[in-house]
Design a protein around this ligand. Structure first.
Ligand code: UDP
Length: 534
């Protein structure tokens, strides 16, 4: 989930606001989400951040203002949560998405693609594009960049919200947007944080300001383990990347966000009570925020943006159709994961020796000057003869793959993953056990949570000091364990199946996540602010 990118280019583009009514998504697993018919607005064109409301909008229902960041894991998750809130609010709310201009061409194209798809699907949502501004150039890391870039937009966010022609129910802010809590306070509008990752990470973030005072050395130099209420003792080597270097501004920003999360009117988290009881209880009891009122937490997950299956099945899915049930190990590493040849060779040897079937989504290092993983050049990345030798039991897919559809396939029996939280939930939704191979952002913490707290994963030895390198022998052992070998794999499979049932029950009507969504929707409708203090 959390972003991991560096930025070079700025793109300014004009937006188009398009309103339609009544959307219904049906998934191939039979899970159906309906949004209620909301008031219809005409198509509106918006220029460089100015909202040109149609007169009918002046009487529109109170709006929930979402502030997402741009990667799919953040944007689609928040948007999906917003849609579910609309459904739960029974037509009493509308949705406005404030789009901070993405800082790279690549992200801008991605975001535009998502918005186009949402428009085509008939979602009743306003996308309001803020004017572009120059991003910071003197930053040392992505977390610092994102936090500062968002903070710079505060006056524009304030102006855009104040300009909305309808009452504002609340601002719902991405993890990195906590500086905008000040905007909400200024406008006297409630501020909620949408936490795209899990309760374990939230417990750590809420605890971080106090940990910062207690642990005066770098975490990796401290003796013993880190105490995060609600979790087993956390080895410092499992802390998220931005926490590992206190001299880096990324760390300072993490401590800042941790402090500010506690100030929000509520934290909406993409987990279910049944998945993370202990961490959620610790947060609710105030054990993570001694001396401070704990924030109200709404676990509404799993929030997964399912799409209707395409008319023509994807090539990966067709390949899976020919494999026996639960026989294939899926390897896929999120939106940012990639490997250079030495690591790709180790994976190839490990897979070959494991003897198991596999579907490996492999992407290569960014092209010179680019910042995003490139499609894999298999001839350069893989050992000679590997594809030929494994052609009867393996598929290497060199570009973006439809991961959600793949995980839904009965042939998939285990998932070697970077451990992003969206990927994790997608896997658990289908009862697929995991082998987490953390690469960036908060994934080391997720790996620990999945193995030690949730028991749905088998542990993998990743050499963090060598850029998270994994040897062939370790991958071979891991795949054997995951796909049917020993006790650890068996337990993870059983637990993953339990979590599958828990996930599905949670979002059913009357389930724990549905009830949290209901409480939140009621809060939001109650709190709708008529004047935004222009
Ligand atoms: N994803 C995908 N195909 C790919 C790689 C990733 O569909 O080849 C999707 C995946 O299903 C998930 C998202 O991208 O929904 C990745 O989110 P996650 O939080 O797991 O990781 P991130 O990319 O944010 O690190």
């Amino acid at each position: 989930m959390l972003l991991n990118q560096r930025f070079t280019l700025i793109l300014v583009y004009h937006s188009k606001i398009h309103f339609k009514c009544n959307i219904s998504f049906a998934t191939h697993r039979g899970w159906k989400i309906n949004t209620p018919p909301l008031s219809c607005f005409p198509r509106i064109h918006d220029d460089a951040g100015g909202l040109n409301p149609h007169p009918s909008m002046a009487t529109a229902s109170p709006t929930l203002v979402l502030l997402p960041l741009w990667s799919a894991g953040h944007l689609m998750s928040l948007l999906e949560a917003g849609k579910r809130l609309l459904t739960r609010a029974g037509g009493k709310l509308s949705l406005t998405v404030l789009v901070i201009p993405p800082p790279t061409e690549h992200l801008a194209a991605e975001v535009q693609g998502h918005i186009r798809r949402e428009e085509a699907s008939g979602l009743d949502v306003r996308f309001v594009h803020l004017p572009a501004m120059d991003p910071p150039t003197d930053f040392r890391g992505i977390e610092e960049f994102l936090s500062r870039f968002v903070q710079m937009h505060a006056p524009r966010v304030r102006a855009a919200v104040a300009d909305l022609p309808c009452p504002v129910a609340a601002l719902v802010l991405d993890f990195f947007c906590t500086a905008l809590i000040d905007v909400a306070r200024d406008l006297d509008v409630p501020a909620y944080v949408y936490f795209t990752t899990n309760a374990a990470m939230m417990a750590l973030m809420l605890r971080l300001p106090a940990l910062h005072e207690e642990v005066t050395v770098e975490f990796e130099e401290m003796e013993g383990t880190v105490d995060v209420p609600g979790l087993p003792p956390v080895p410092s080597s499992s802390l998220p990347k931005p926490v590992m270097d206190k001299k880096n501004p990324n760390y300072t920003w993490f401590v800042y966000h941790g402090r500010r999360f506690a100030e929000a009117d509520g934290i909406i988290v993409n987990t279910a009570a049944e998945l993370e009881r202990s961490a959620l209880a610790a947060i609710a009891d105030g054990r993570c925020t001694p001396g401070v009122r704990p924030p109200t937490v709404y676990p509404i997950g799993p929030v997964i943006a399912f799409e209707p299956p395409p008319e023509q099945p994807h090539e990966c899915v067709r390949w899976l159709d020919a494999q026996p049930p639960a026989s294939v190990a899926l390897l896929c590493f999120g939106s940012q994961g990639f490997f250079a040849a030495p690591q790709a060779h180790e994976i190839a040897h490990g897979l070959e020796r494991s003897g198991h079937r596999f579907l490996w989504v492999l992407r290569g290092p960014p092209a010179p000057g680019a910042r995003h993983p490139a499609d894999a050049n298999l001839a350069e990345l893989l050992p000679d003869g590997f594809l030929e030798r494994t052609k009867d039991r393996g598929l290497v897919w060199p570009t973006w793959a439809p991961q959600r559809e793949i995980l839904a396939h009965a042939a998939v029996g285990g998932f070697v993953t970077h451990g992003g939280w969206n990927s994790t939930l997608e896997s658990l939704w289908h009862g697929v056990p995991l082998a987490p191979w953390p690469l960036y952002a908060e994934q080391h913490m997720n790996a620990f949570t999945l193995v030690a707290a949730m028991g749905v994963a088998v542990a993998m030895k990743v050499d963090r000091k060598r850029d998270n390198f994994v040897e062939a022998a370790e991958l071979e052992r891991e795949v054997r364990e995951l796909m049917g070998g020993g006790e650890e794999g068996r337990k993870a499979r059983e637990k993953a199946m339990e979590m599958k049932a828990a996930c599905r029950n949670a979002v059913e009507e009357g389930g724990s996540s549905d009830a949290a969504l209901h409480r939140l929707a009621e809060e939001l409708c109650k709190g709708a602010v008529v004047s935004t203090g222009k």
